[in-house]
Design a protein around this ligand. Structure first.
Ligand code: ZN
Length: 192
């Protein structure tokens, strides 16, 4: 671990203990917390994003390790989303003004929801929610509206949001790497 990362990790010990991540994830946590400090300052000074796009996870989260990245190899398929780790119960919100395309539950996705952003012509997908989504197909949601809570239902190994971005109005359409988008949205916390 680089020296600077060790210092960050020591400073961020409390948050890391809560997230219960591996050593590698702890470095990611430390980096993330370093970024958050700047973002929190920015929010305090010139927060102005009313209509989003917002991070789908409200508050502090962690991107995990390489295995949690878009495109990571999984048994028989490729990981089509970006995992975002935070405590169970953390608010999950609509990235943007959108319409709910589907919501349901199954063994793989757990409790899930997909919303379509007409402005950007993308569908955002949320897996593993703690409880059934708080929205229904056809419902319109505003940017920052709560969709449910982060959890670990379905095929899941620790509380996290599995977040996917697909082209068009289709949760099963071509998948985009969410991370560059998420990095653009970092710090744009929804005003719940
Ligand atoms: Zn995932």
């Amino acid at each position: 671990m680089p020296r600077t990362a060790r210092i960050f990790a020591a400073a961020a010990g409390t948050a890391i203990a809560v997230l219960g991540c591996s050593a590698a994830a702890s470095v990611a946590s430390a980096e993330r917390l370093g970024v958050l400090a700047d973002d929190e300052r920015r929010q305090a000074s010139d927060f102005s994003a009313v209509g989003g796009p917002f991070d789908p996870v409200v508050g502090r989260f962690d991107y995990g390790t390489a295995e949690n990245r878009f495109g990571a190899a999984r048994s028989g398929h490729v990981h089509e989303g970006q995992d975002m780790f935070a405590p169970a119960g953390t608010d999950l919100v609509a990235v943007s003004d959108a319409v709910v395309v589907e919501a349901g539950a199954d063994a793989g996705r757990g409790n899930y929801a997909a919303v379509y952003d007409r402005q950007r012509e993308r569908t955002y997908v949320y897996f593993h929610m703690l409880r059934p989504a708080e929205v229904r197909a056809g419902e319109k949601v505003a940017a920052g509206a709560r969709l449910g809570a982060l959890g670990c239902t379905g095929s899941c190994w620790g509380p996290h949001l599995h977040f996917e971005v697909h082209e068009g109005r289709d949760p099963y359409g071509p998948a985009l790497d969410p991370l560059p988008l998420l990095r653009d949205w970092t710090g744009l916390a929804a005003p719940l």
